[in-house]
Write a protein that binds this ligand. Sequence first.
Ligand code: UDP
Length: 327
Amino acid sequence: MTSRKRILITGAAGFLGSHLCDRFIKEDFHVIAMDNLITGDLRNIEHLFKLENFEFYNHDVSKYVYVSGDLDYILHFASPASPIDYLKIPIQTLKVGSLGIHNLLGLARAKKSRLLIASTSEVYGDPTVNPQPEEYWGNVNPVGPRGVYDEAKRFQEAITMAYHTFHGLETRIVRIFNTYGPRMRLNDGRVLPAFIGQAIRGEDLTVFGDGSQTRSFCYVDDLVEGIYRLLFSDYAQPVNIGNPDKITIKEFCEEIIKLTGTNQKIIYTELPTDDPKQRQPDISKAKAILNWEPKVSRAEGLKITYDYFKSLPEQEIMHKDFKYYNK
Ligand code: UDP
């Protein structure tokens, strides 16, 4: 009989979910992976299917979730997560952050599992303070295009904290800032795949607005390490995980032009509604509580990610709408 700890990972076929599956398999957990494949892609986890300590369920966690046997941990990472996704599938975005988490909290209670939820820097909205500490309550437009994501994630934090307070459930909340790396969807609309895709296809690079808005990009391995440490900490309040190395989108575009060696030019288009003007994590808490800080520089991380995108099938790189949604 194996005594492996058992962990349920929702959104397992997505960018972050699949990297978390890899990490927990590496740590010799039994991984129960769940995804409805709306934005996830089985190719991200197909290398795990042959393992005896990995199982996969094609299921929408907004519907009742059943898992047999013991369950020690739950990571809730199922959610559309890019601005284009939540514009295309706003109702699913709201449901997975509300009905979905409610189902998982019920499961966690029944199984006495510890549950960690993926929250986001979007809970800070278009922040008026920079960098953003966890104590900042945010500046969110509930009825704007990002409201479906931001409010779902805020509700998700609230209901998770309520189960912690009223039912004594063991919960953890990670607020994830912009993260990148292999397995991002080339067509998910986020700035990094957008710029790299444009450069590889020989298109001009589209900077939204004047490019003075700032972001701070964290390499996926650093994020996974932070999440791993948070899960096994005893801290139930939200913790920011991200890379504080801030850059303007215009400068970022110039870095991608240099990295890819493209001759294309930058074109400036309209700034989307409610696009945050600044974003940078204050990671004092993660440093103090988890002894965590990012290790991978943007130069190193971008190189690895560019190599990944270049290795994709040409058909996928050239056709922007390739395999947009599996359903
Ligand atoms: N952006 C851009 N060009 C693109 C895609 C995005 O200039 O082709 C900008 C976008 O307006 C935002 C930033 O890049 O200011 C980051 O966008 P992303 O969608 O990656 O995530 P966000 O941080 O806004 O959630």
